[in-house]
Design a protein around this ligand. Structure first.
Ligand code: GLN
Length: 492
């Protein structure tokens, strides 16, 4: 059966798509054909994808349709088109992490994320663009091409999961996965007007994630509704013995949390997130959300997280230190690109010199410096101590409140090419970093638009493993803001 309006399914939710495929209103093959057609039509403009797996997606869709015809279960995401950030390894499908050093690398296995999605019946349509190895906040640091913001293609979609956010916002897939080391799911979600969820550290397996900073990295969904983010988390969450930091805690029913409402929920507003650097439109949108939550019966109070200002310096020691170690494996011998050289040392140096971009090299140098013997105590150990202080701030706040509300970013999407200094780029994540340092779950949910039509995101931070509370409050905000049906006109 065909869909009457060929563009009709572009903005179907995950839930809607799964329901229609299961009910036989549309075939998975139709869904995939139309999704691929949209990608062909729009992605030359957006640059959201690094790789589109048309043949793999078609084969997976055929399988879903065959199963359904045979009366077999098709899975909770049966026939739903999903895109994966290109630092999540996919069997048989080129995975580069946005780096030239992995150009042409075809992983021999599926990571846990791809494995779980496929088992749930999802159709993996392609791999999305990112800042090289996840290092950036704009997707301009991709070694291949920048991605664009669907709401204004002269602006960045955020990063590093910018391709994943742009693809969802422009209706090129039903939902996508990103990774978040310091904000890379939430920040692009905010800048592109979609929902982005960074789960508690250890909630989702990192097996098959191309590592950036192992004590901070988490995989999570980007989607157009909070319910869709919940549906994806349901599939992704759970223990995986292949990741030593994977948590064994049982996985709750996230969908059941959505309708809980906010009556009696204690929402803390940390005053440190509302300093002078924040854009007036962002501030107004968050103030509006605070009023809406209060009207819906939430108890709002101001709280203090006194070490907030130290999150950025601590993150930019811990993350580069871990990155410098993780990236040591790209030596020109084991993966991807190898430079021609007369001896082993020259092979290492030339392969790494040609394969890594400038931001990655900067991080390797910073990280190696911070870990040097004699400097370790002054930098890395100190940063880990600060990390503990940040965690204690949150512990104290969560003794008083159930959830924290902040802006996701200090400002809306900036023009491509407008941020040239590395430090200014680092500041785009100033509100998202502390969450990763403390291992907490964080959700960005659309909170409104600037008068010029750029999306603004509200961030909710929760207690460890309390994704359900974030989804519940996020769903209430989504309902009050009432913008889940607004889509960028250029991609209608
Ligand atoms: N923008 C931050 C960085 O460059 C965070 C990136 C991320 O979360 N992967 O490190």
């Amino acid at each position: 059966m065909s869909v009457a309006d060929p563009k009709g399914l572009a903005y179907w939710t995950v839930a809607d798509t799964a329901r229609r495929v299961a009910a036989g209103e549309v075939t998975a093959e139709d869904v995939v054909e139309q999704t691929l057609a949209r990608i062909t039509e729009h992605d030359a403009t957006l640059g959201a994808f690094l790789e589109v797996d048309a043949s793999g997606a078609r084969a997976a869709a055929r399988l879903v349709d065959q199963k359904r015809a045979a009366g077999a279960p098709i899975g909770p995401l049966g026939g739903v088109p999903i895109a994966l950030k290109d630092n999540l390894v996919t069997k048989g499908l080129v995975t580069t992490a946005g780096s030239k050093i992995l150009a042409g690398w075809v992983p021999p296995y599926d990571g846990a994320a791809a494995e779980r999605l496929r088992a749930a019946g999802a159709i993996l349509v392609g791999k999305t663009n990112l800042d090289e190895f996840g290092m950036g906040s704009s997707t301009e640091r991709s070694a291949y091409k920048p991605a664009k913001n669907p709401w204004d293609t002269s602006r960045v979609p955020g990063g590093s999961s910018g391709g994943s956010a742009a693809a969802v916002a422009a209706g090129l897939c039903a939902a996508s996965l990103g990774t978040d080391t310091g904000g890379s799911i939430r920040q692009p979600a905010a800048l592109c007007g979609v929902v982005g969820l960074k789960p508690t550290y250890g909630r989702v397996s990192r097996w098959g994630v191309i590592a950036f900073a192992s004590s901070l990295d988490q995989v999570g969904p980007l989607a157009r509704t909070v319910a869709d983010a919940a549906a994806l988390l349901q599939v992704l969450a759970g223990h995986d013995p292949r990741d030593a930091t994977s948590l064994t805690a049982p996985v709750p029913d996230y969908g059941a949390a959505l309708a809980g409402g906010v009556a009696g929920v204690k929402v803390g507003v940390p005053k440190e997130y509302f300093g002078p650097g924040i854009d007036a439109d962002v501030r107004a949108a968050i103030d509006q959300v605070i009023h809406q939550l209060r009207d819906a019966g939430a108890a709002i109070s101001e709280v203090s997280l006194p070490h907030t200002g130290l999150a950025l310096p601590a993150y930019y020691l811990v993350a580069p230190a871990e990155a410098s170690s993780n990236l040591a494996r790209y030596d020109g011998l084991r993966y991807g690109a190898r430079a021609d050289a007369p001896d082993l040392l020259q092979t290492y140096m030339r392969s790494r010199g040609a394969g890594f971009g400038p931001e990655v090299k900067r991080r390797i140098m910073l990280g190696t410096y911070a870990l040097r013997s004699g400097y370790y105590d002054a930098y890395y150990r100190k940063a880990q101590q600060v990390r503990t202080l940040i965690k204690r701030d949150f512990d104290a706040a969560f003794r008083e409140v159930d959830v924290l509300l902040t802006p996701t970013t200090p400002a809306p999407a900036f023009p491509l090419g407008s941020v040239s200094s590395p430090l200014d780029m680092y500041l785009a994540d100033v509100f998202t970093l502390a969450c990763n340092l403390a291992g907490l779950p964080g959700l960005s949910v659309p909170a409104g638009f600037t008068p010029a039509g750029l999306p603004i995101g509200a961030q909710l931070l929760g207690k460890p493993l309390d994704e359900a509370m974030l989804l519940r409050v996020g769903s209430a905000i989504e309902g009050a803001v009432g913008l889940a049906d607004r889509h960028p006109e250029a991609f209608a």
